[in-house]
Design a protein around this ligand. Structure first.
Ligand code: ZN
Length: 43
């Protein structure tokens, strides 16, 4: 997950070969980790 530092929108992938927001084309994109995933124990 990535998050734009300008418009704050989150997106899963960046455009190929480009590090910029697909919404506003801002160059600074922050890495945002997905929500905490709970591991399910197998019984
Ligand atoms: Zn943006």
């Amino acid at each position: 997950m990535y998050k734009c530092a300008r418009c704050g929108k989150e997106f899963e992938e960046l455009p190929k070969g480009q590090i910029r927001c697909p919404f506003c084309a801002y160059r600074i994109v922050l890495k945002a980790r997905p929500p905490v995933t709970k591991k399910i124990k197998a019984r």
